[in-house]
Design a protein around this ligand. Sequence first.
Ligand SMILES: [Zn+2]
Length: 257
Amino acid sequence: MNFDFHAHRVHDYAHLVQRWRKLCRMARITCEVYSEAGGFDLICVRSPRLADAGAKAIYLSAGIHGDEAASSEALLFWAELHRPILKDLPLLLFPCLNPWGLVRNQRFDAEGRDLNRCYHLDEPPQIKRQKEIITGYRFSLSLCLHEDYDAQGVYLYEVKQRQTALGQELLAAAGYHVPVDLRKTIEGRRAAQGLIARRTKHLKGVPLMAEAMFLALSHSDRTFTIETPSEYDLSARVQAHVAVIQRAIELTYRGNA
Ligand SMILES: [Zn+2]
């Protein structure tokens, strides 16, 4: 299969936004600027179905860490592949949460913050604004796309209220493109076949809250953070993310979409 993603421009935010705007026009979904950070406009994408989705919405975000370029590229690539059905899915998408970091290939934002440790706060302003948007919806599925420099394969975090069987299915889909990280301990946490699970009841009072935790605590039924190894081949990483998004939506909306 020929994958037509833009490997040579994955750190080009202006190009990314241009591609999203074109795609959204063609797909008849909304692309809007919701905030500004580090001199860049931040965009979010909403489909018309989001408004009447009730408890059925899908949340996808990427690029909160600027040195994890396959995440933003994969989200756009997935959307391009599925353009004809985007307007029929209840989507809220944040294509790139840290453009300043993306163009510099840096994890942090312009003020040196790790934005994925700020969701317990009402600052910086772009996180506050993003949280306000999230608060208007309820998601049956949320995926936060990431990469990990130290990873030895693809792995997932699941933040959950109760047991789901989705994680291993998503890893199987990703594992077709990138081997699963089989270490028993990943980032200091116990992992089973690439899956690290945390219960929401253990999150109360965590000092630095990640986006996925914020979602899982009160806005999302199934919440995953996907990590691909950022030293691995870029096209395989993009395809692994695409496969996870695709499989997660299939499994969540089987019979409903
Ligand atoms: Zn990350």
